[in-house]
Every structure is written in structure tokens, then in C-alpha cells.
Design a protein around this ligand. Structure first.
Ligand SMILES: Cc1ncc(COP(=O)(O)O)c(C=O)c1O
Length: 371
């Protein structure tokens, strides 16, 4: 075969798929506790599930290409005009649309390092150049360093707030300083996939920036607090002119009908949202306390996951897996000493801590025997 592939595609490596949880279960012979993907441990909104079941008989029809009902509901909820919203097959799709619209071959896109792994993948696939800016000494995104990285070729900036995998935020004053210093024509994407979990009062009111007409795109998702990751639906809020360009490159039926129906009901399900926030706050308090007792440093989070500095991140990941607990090793993110753990249910958090305690004892015994 003689394929003519652009260099920037040739250089890409496909994203390695994780094994289905059923496979891990079969191999381990026990039901694993999955704390690896920042999902909602309470499951999907029950109201969304009921609405989806009722909608199944209509699957012979194409979905509504404009997300009419969801758009109306969300615009009202957020207090923005309907033409300031765009929906995607997960917020991941909107990341792709942004890059397709704003980035030409050789253009630069600034992002933190480490941050959400999808940004550099999508930028490279478009022939763009990801400019990866290291975190500060507290593993926080440094908007100062990001501002220093802006050049004439910069078209887009991705700021995950809270950041994944660190769970840290950038505050209102920092974001405003950053936005005020940017040259015109640089679009800033504030990716707020975890914003419902944030408790810090200093978190920016990002929709204000959109309302002020700034070149800001706020990204949110139904995958996290609403528990609908498997349905694939996310959205962006931006100036109508930006939304118009994004609409030009999107597929007409990019959001499936079950996702649209589920999302409307998930928004209505304030009970589920409140329970999820509560579970996260309680879970974090428990986990922080226990991790402290075990003597590991950790990074305080504003999201539903956090980093623990265990030392041998890969080793702990493997030992936890053997005990049926799936977490995320951070070596691939340049944080080899850390694991990232999603807050689970009370039962799951306890299982994780118990397993971590056992592994810690094994490690410390082994270290002791070397002395
Ligand atoms: C920072 C960040 N943005 C976006 C997403 C993806 O969201 P979605 O499921 O809506 O594509 C994630 C998921 O892990 C994330 O961590």
C-alpha cells in the first residue's frame, strides 16, 4: 500500500485503550473498584436513566441536530442566550472543533504540562504545535509562565480549571490578569469539566467573560457530576460569533438523541447533583485524613480526584490492581512518584484505604529488611 500521509499524522501514536472493566474482573476473579477515570461513583442521574428508557422506542429517528430542548433548558439555567451554546459528543468533540476552527499547520496552542492528555493529541492531529508549559512548584498551573509562552503564532490556550490530573485551580484574579494581557486573536478555552465540585470562593465566574464579549470559550460536560460519561455529551458557552464558526465544522447529528434526553433530565435532577457534591466533600475529608495518617503527601483538590505522592507510582498502581483497586499511575504525565485517585463511594474509599495500608506495610517492611 502506498499511502500519502502528512508528517504530523505519521508521528501520532494511537491513544492506548484501557481494558474493559469486565476483563479486569475476570482476570482478578473479583469485582474491581474503579477509581481511575474521575467518573461519578453514584452512577448516572436516576431521572436521566428513566427518561432514556422511555426514549428507546424512538431510536429509528435521527436526533435533533440543534439540541432544541436541551439548549432552551441550559440557556435558561445559565442565563445566557441560546446562540451562545454548542453541544458536542463529549466536551472532547468541542476541543476538536476548536482546534479545527482556530489552528492551521504550524500554529501554536498553549497548554499546561501535565494537563488533560487530549489537548496535545488533537492539536498534533491538525498539524498544530502544542506548547506545553510546566506547572509551578506546588503543581498549580502558572498563568504567568503561560503568558510568557504567547507568541505571534499562538491561536489557542487550553486551561483546565480545575486541572486534570492535579485537581488544582487558577483563581479569578489570576485568570483576569492573564486575559487582560493577551493579544487579540488568541482564544482561551477554560475547560471546566469539574466545576460543579469546586468549593473555593476564588474560582472565576467564567461566564462573565463570555458575556463581556471576550475571546473565551467555557467548556463543560455531562460526563462528571451528572454521571453520563458513557453517553458522550458536553457543551461550550461562547460568544455567538465563535459558536457560529464551531457550528460550521461540526457534524449535523453529533449529539445522539439519548444523550440529549438524558442531559435535560440530569439538569433537572438537582437531588443527584447535590448528593454527588456531598459524597465528594465527605469522601475527600475521609481520604485526606487517612492518607495523612499513612504519611503520604497529597495535592489538595477542587475536583473529584487527587494526587497522592506514594513514591513508586507504578509499583503502587500494580499492587493496588492486584487487590482489585484501579487507580491511575502518573508516570506518563511526568509525575512518576504519584498516583491519581478518584473519590469513590464510602465503601470504595474504604476499600482503597485498606488496600493502600496493606501495601504501605509491605513496602515499609521490605525497606526495613534492606537496612
Ligand atoms: C479536563 C477535562 N476536560 C474534558 C474531559 C472530557 O470530558 P468529556 O467526557 O465531556 O469528553 C475530561 C475527562 O476526563 C477532563 O478531565
Amino acid at each position: 500500500m502506498k499511502l500519502r500521509i502528512p508528517d504530523y499524522i505519521e508521528e501520532l501514536v494511537p491513544y492506548p485503550p484501557g481494558r474493559p472493566i469486565e476483563e479486569v474482573e475476570r482476570e482478578l476473579g473479583l469485582r474491581p473498584v474503579k477509581l481511575a477515570s474521575n467518573e461519578n461513583p453514584l452512577g448516572p442521574s436516576p431521572r436521566a436513566v428513566e427518561a432514556i428508557k422511555r426514549a428507546l422506542a424512538g431510536l429509528n429517528r435521527y436526533p435533533d441536530g440543534s439540541c432544541f430542548y436541551l439548549r432552551r433548558k441550559l440557556a435558561e439555567r445559565l442565563g445566557v442566550a441560546e446562540d451562545m451554546l454548542i453541544f458536542g459528543n463529549g466536551s472532547n468533540e468541542i476541543i476538536e472543533l476548536l482546534v479545527r476552527v482556530f489552528v492551521r499547520e504550524g500554529d501554536q496552542v498553549i497548554m499546561a504540562d501535565p494537563s488533560f492528555a487530549v489537548y496535545p493529541l488533537v492539536v498534533r492531529a491538525q498539524g498544530g504545535v502544542p506548547v506545553r508549559v510546566g506547572l509551578d512548584e506546588n503543581l498549580r498551573i502558572s498563568l504567568k509562565a503561560m503568558a510568557d509562552a504567547v507568541t505571534e503564532r499562538t491561536r489557542l490556550v487550553f486551561i483546565a480549571n480545575p486541572n486534570n490530573p492535579t485537581g488544582t485551580i487558577v483563581r479569578k484574579d489570576e485568570v483576569e490578569w492573564f486575559l487582560n494581557g493577551l493579544p487579540e486573536g488568541v482564544v482561551v478555552c477554560l475547560d471546566e469539566a469539574y466545576y460543579e465540585y469546586v468549593q473555593d470562593e476564588g474560582f472565576p465566574r467564567s461566564l462573565d467573560y463570555v458575556r463581556e464579549g471576550r475571546e473565551v470559550v467555557v467548556l463543560r460536560t455531562f460526563s462528571k457530576i451528572h454521571g453520563l460519561a458513557g453517553l458522550r455529551i458536553g457543551y461550550a458557552i461562547a460568544h455567538p460569533q465563535i459558536v457560529d464558526y464551531l457550528n460550521r465544522v461540526r457534524q449535523p447529528f453529533n449529539v445522539n438523541s439519548l444523550a440529549q434526553i438524558g442531559a435535560v433530565e440530569a439538569l433537572n435532577d438537582t437531588d443527584h447533583i447535590e448528593r454527588s457534591i456531598e459524597n465528594n466533600i465527605k469522601g475527600l475529608a475521609y481520604l485526606y485524613r487517612e492518607i495523612e495518617k499513612l504519611g503520604y503527601p497529597f495535592v489538595k483538590t477542587e475536583a473529584n480526584f487527587f494526587l497522592i505522592k506514594v513514591g513508586d507510582g507504578e509499583g503502587f498502581y500494580r499492587r493496588l490492581l492486584e487487590k482489585g483497586i484501579i487507580v491511575r499511575p502518573m508516570k506518563g504525565f511526568g509525575l512518576a512518584e504519584y498516583i491519581r485517585v478518584t473519590v469513590g463511594t464510602e465503601h470504595e474509599n474504604r476499600a482503597f484505604i485498606n488496600a493502600l495500608r496493606e501495601i504501605t506495610e509491605e513496602y515499609r517492611e521490605r525497606e526495613g529488611s534492606h537496612l
